[in-house]
Design a protein around this ligand. Sequence first.
Ligand code: PXP
Length: 253
Amino acid sequence: MPSNYVRLGVNIDHIATIRNARGGIHPDPVAGAWEAIKAGADGITAHLREDRRHINDDDLNRLQMLCKSENIPLNMEMAATQEMLNIALALKPKAICIVPERRQERTTEGGLDVKGKHNVLKPIINELNNNGSRVSLFIEAKYEQINAASQTEAKVVEFHTGSYAKALDDGEISLANQLILNFKKSAKVANKLGLEVHFGHGLNYDNVEMVAAIPQCAELNIGHFIIGESIFSGLGESINRMRTLVEDSRVKI
Ligand code: PXP
């Protein structure tokens, strides 16, 4: 892989959201993951929530089997709870992204407070590392959080792009530009502190390029938009189009 390459992790949670709306077995998120892999996804991301509102335990086990057999990393998103730690230790996914989780939220709102929860997070991260999973922390791009993340054994930070996506949706262009500048500065700081930098949340065809063009960006995790768009174009096509935008944005830097 050229060093300029940005990995595209496809989050398949919302295939399960559609399935669960009817309580049956269709559409199967594992079949979706297989389509995503065939279309060139570099990783599959799935969030096992405490309330199992989309992905369930059986999905996660089947996803791990698929990813292992295809030699593609499964990136398990999880809250820092004992229940999730036990599941992750048994599953041994290649990658784990620790996210904050509140029962009432619609999606992951805001980043993890690594600074405030350092004492809780550090032992969990150590156990996961020792078990062979590479740990990423989903944080806001703020110096205090990046610095706190660098003082754990986490190898990666994923910057929450939700506010940037919302600023653009709301037509707040100068705010969006400021947020991109902050991502650029923060990504440099994170790399200097030895952390790989990923981005995710709310990314779509219209907003992905500015993020993908950040030189330190090593991976993007994108779900809701790709799955939603696949209704119109098919999953393979929505992934291909996203991949092309990402690759084109790297040529320009
Ligand atoms: N990265 C993380 C850590 C997330 O929690 C999510 C949402 O589950 C995503 C990326 C993907 O966000 P979206 O579904 O908005 O593309």
